[in-house]
Design a protein around this ligand. Structure first.
Ligand SMILES: *Cc1c(COP(=O)(O)O)cnc(C)c1O
Length: 364
């Protein structure tokens, strides 16, 4: 099966979903497993939906080797609601919440925490236009911090943490919206990981939270029900109606990851994909310039500029004509960005490499 209008989808989010998953969802759409209805039309308390829900959770645990003492939760409100829920639940009086600023999303996370209590900046590369992730020894984390918050991949600037800090007794919390499941990691270093689904997990509308039981026990009591992680943990994320269709799609994406050979196989492919674009930038004699410093380059969002705004515009216009979508940088920083999430086929990167090479030859 093919799409009538083929594109190379480099969108930053929502972004490309695996084509096989879309086909499967289409096949199952009208009549899910001979139930006579769509998965969208079923009760979230029924056996059919519940199986989907639990399989999604089991697959995530299996694929990312998540230890037993963690809950997997599904919420709504995007990663952006997590910016508030985290300090609501875990910022304690007298213990500042520490934030590492590595881009716009970290700034937004900090902004919400500031509304709720005392905060501190444990590290920042803002002065350097967020071209890099601070090295671990540059961080200064107060010993009495309520937690340390980092953004593992900076979607807008195109940088990614390569190693994570050891925070001892201080809970480590990470916004992994744009690189969750792009590589194997040691989940046990983290007390809480969260991600909006629309980059690497599925469609928008679902937020996944991986939370250590030990952290959950320390949560602020008497919060509004829907803003308390405990509500989701105690009810298997079924206290109220969850985003059932989004969770179903997420489950299909997890099955797709498993069929591809799991997260390690996806990681190898991600390295190969990103390499195709980075080498094109590096071998362009300065025609294309990468935004991120070498040691901080993201596997998921490749940011670059051309020498003049006119040339950049020409590049984006011609790319569009050839079927490339989403190559413009974020509206706040401009430039160009190729998002190479898990579901982006390697063929799209090969096509982009040839286009970039051709464009350089014709315009330098
Ligand atoms: C996309 C993104 C967000 C915002 O997610 P929403 O689901 O739109 O709230 C937050 N953090 C990072 C790192 C992102 O990439």
């Amino acid at each position: 099966m093919k799409r009538e209008n083929h594109t190379y989808n480099f969108n930053a989010g929502p972004s490309a979903l695996p084509f096989e998953v879309l086909v499967q969802a289409q096949e199952e759409f009208l009549d899910y497993k001979q139930s006579g209805m769509s998965i969208m039309e079923m009760s979230h308390r029924g056996a059919i939906y519940e199986e989907v829900h639990n399989q999604a959770i089991a697959l995530i645990k299996e694929l990312w080797q998540i230890p037993e003492d963690y809950h997997i939760l599904f919420l709504q409100g995007g990663a952006s609601l997590q910016f508030s829920m985290i300090p609501m639940n875990f910022l304690k009086a007298g213990s500042p919440a520490s934030y590492v600023l590595t881009g716009s999303w970290s700034e937004k996370a900090l902004k919400e925490a500031k509304l709720l209590g005392e905060t501190t900046i444990a590290g920042s590369t803002k002065e350097e236009k967020y071209r890099r992730i601070p090295s671990l020894h540059e961080l200064s984390i107060p010993e009495n911090s309520s937690y340390l918050h980092i953004t593992s991949n900076n979607t807008i600037y195109g940088t990614q943490w390569m190693a994570f800090p050891d925070t001892g007794d201080i809970p480590l919390i990470a916004d992994m919206s744009s690189d969750i499941l792009c590589k194997p990691i040691d989940v046990s270093k983290f007390s809480l990981i969260y991600a909006g689904a629309q980059k690497n997990l599925g469609p928008s509308g679902v937020t996944m939270v991986i939370i250590k039981k030990e952290l959950l026990e320390k949560a602020t009591p008497s919060l509004p029900t829907m803003l308390s992680y405990g509500t989701y943990a105690e009810n298997n994320s079924l206290y109220n109606t969850p985003p059932t269709f989004g969770i179903y799609m997420l489950k299909l994406v997890m099955e797709w990851v498993k069929n591809k050979g799991g997260v390690s196989a996806i990681h190898r492919q991600n390295i190969e994909k990103a390499q195709l674009i980075y080498e094109t930038i590096d071998q362009s004699y300065g025609f294309y310039q990468g935004h991120a410093e070498l040691g901080s380059r993201s596997l998921m969002n490749i940011t670059f500029t051309l020498n003049t705004p006119e040339l950049e515009k020409k590049f984006l216009d011609e790319a569009k004509k050839e079927g490339f979508v989403g190559l413009n940088g974020h509206r706040s920083v401009g430039g160009c960005r190729a998002s190479t999430y898990n579901a982006l086929p390697i063929e799209s990167c090969q096509a982009l490499k040839s286009f970039m090479t051709r464009f350089r030859e014709q315009n330098s």
